[in-house]
Design a binder for this molecule. Structure first.
Ligand SMILES: Cc1cc2nc3c(=O)[nH]c(=O)nc-3n(C[C@H](O)[C@H](O)[C@H](O)COP(=O)(O)OP(=O)(O)OC[C@H]3O[C@@H](n4cnc5c(N)ncnc54)[C@H](O)[C@@H]3O)c2cc1C
Length: 435
């Protein structure tokens, strides 16, 4: 069966969802095929832009690091101005779904990374975060209350405090802890952040939060909470929390599944539903038919449904090794949907470093593109003219080391989505004119 589609997006991580929205906003008819939820649902929902330079130095202003990035880095291809524009448009779209992001800024208003604590007591530089929260208050705070919940074993307030005190910029803070009671029995297993966040979205949960968080922050400059205040993009408890506690607050980033990432994902899905984007979930894209450098057909297959798509253009946002966008075989690395070769040493020993926190070549392996994110060979020739790549499938960067995960996914997803829509709509117009 074939259906009329302007843009087919493959992947429902941050890059695919952003690309689908950007393309639909340009007026394209968009379909989205995905065989899983992507990393967004297991991630923290804050948007890392560029936390560290190549030498591992923390960047105060993320854009200050752009000039030193290698030419094949997605930000070098996108450019700082288009990245800023993409993040701005992305933020404006999310706001309409009740999920407002704010960007860190220094006293003069220049962009600035903010250090967000995790429930392991580490600090992570991030750029955009939930506007209801104030992690930026941590570095200037004098008194901070760190909370945990009985039965939620992943978050131990004492451990968080001990770890945070090791950071020179936090050593003068007077940290105190408070363990909140378990809101419901553990039913034979420890509570998760998601259990607690879903509970907060119920009427009983909201009452529980109002009772147990009330006045908690009096005499503190900041309250650190586990990520438990609602799993929805627009959970009312998040908007009330600061007022209830009588202090600014910030949620600590947790282990997967990521409550904050789930909130962000649900806001993005809501946007796509508003734009009538058609979803093919649990469906794997494959069997691409390429004719004269154009992908003319692509199949999506689930256990009970096989569809042949004939889109005008395609955005491939299939993620990296974890999500299956890049496939590793013995001595051979390939882009998984179109079988595009990815340069890699034959000796797999060279793919990783002996230092677990060092630079690993496999992290940077991905599709090489032209300035419009179309795949190219080593001589720079475009391999498939109507396919645009975005996010973790792209090569030339290591998001985990430099802390640029959602930032690169959103910037390249936005740009690829716009380019794919423009090309599909132009071709359709030219075709209509020729007929
Ligand atoms: C545990 C964890 C926590 C993180 N936390 C943060 C954070 O707090 N902030 C931050 O900025 N970054 C974070 N990151 C990094 C960030 O999640 C990723 O860098 C970024 O989201 C990648 O997005 P993506 O859309 O490119 O790919 P992915 O999220 O990997 O999505 C790929 C999509 O493609 C689909 N797919 C693949 N192959 C096919 C196929 N053949 N057919 C159909 N569908 C296919 C997958 O099912 C999936 O939907 C985190 C990453 C992890 C693993």
């Amino acid at each position: 069966m074939s259906r009329k589609t302007d843009v087919l997006v493959i992947g429902s991580g941050a890059a695919g969802l952003t690309a689908a929205y950007a393309a639909a906003k340009k007026g394209a008819r968009v379909k989205l095929v995905c065989d899983g939820m992507g990393c967004l649902a297991i991630s923290g929902g804050s948007i890392d832009l560029l936390g560290y330079d190549r030498e591992g130095n923390r960047l105060a202003n993320p854009y200050d690091g752009f000039a030193a990035l290698s030419p094949e880095h997605p930000y070098s291809i996108a450019g700082a101005e288009k990245t800023k524009e993409a993040l701005k448009e992305f933020g404006a779209a999310l706001k309409s779904k009740g999920y407002e992001l704010k960007a860190g800024a220094d006293a003069g208003g220049a962009p600035q990374n903010t250090l967000v604590p995790t429930i392991m007591g580490t600090l992570k530089p991030t750029y955009l975060y939930d506007a209801a929260q104030s992690p930026e208050a941590l570095v200037s705070a004098k008194k901070v209350l760190v909370t945990s919940v009985k039965g939620f074993r992943e978050c131990r307030s004492r451990l968080v405090i001990d770890q945070l005190r090791r950071y020179p910029e936090l050593e003068n803070i007077d940290f105190k802890e408070k363990v909140l009671p378990a809101p419901f029995p553990e039913y034979g297993r420890s509570l998760t952040a998601l259990d607690l966040a879903h509970f907060a979205d119920t009427t009983r949960g909201l009452e529980w939060m109002r009772e147990h968080l009330r006045g908690l922050g009096e005499n503190y400059d900041l309250v650190l909470l586990p990520p438990i205040i609602g799993a929805k993009a627009s959970s009312p408890v998040r908007k009330e929390a600061e007022e209830i506690m009588k202090a600014p607050f910030a949620e600590m980033l947790s282990l997967p599944p990521g409550v904050q990432g789930i909130r962000l994902r649900s806001a993005l899905i809501g946007l796509l539903e508003d734009m009538d984007v058609e979803f093919y979930e649990n469906s794997q894209a494959g069997n691409a038919k390429i004719e004269n450098g154009i992908c003319v057909e692509l199949e999506s297959a689930s256990t009970n449904r096989r569809v042949i798509h004939k889109p005008g253009t395609i955005v491939a946002a299939t993620g990296g090794i974890i999500s299956g966008g890049v496939s590793l075989k013995q001595g051979l690395v390939e882009e998984a949907v179109f079988g595009l070769p990815i340069a890699a040493p034959r000796d797999v020993e060279e793919w990783s470093s002996k230092d677990i926190f060092g630079e690993h070549l496999f992290s940077r392996m991905g599709v090489k593109t032209d300035n419009n994110f179309r795949p190219v060979n080593n001589s720079g020739e475009v391999l498939i003219n109507n396919v645009f790549f975005a996010g973790g499938t792209l090569g030339g960067y290591d998001y985990a080391r430099e802390k640029s995960g959602h930032g690169t996914a959103i910037a390249t997803g936005w740009i690829a989505g716009c380019l794919a829509a423009e090309e599909a709509l132009n071709n359709a117009r030219n075709q209509a004119g020729a007929n």
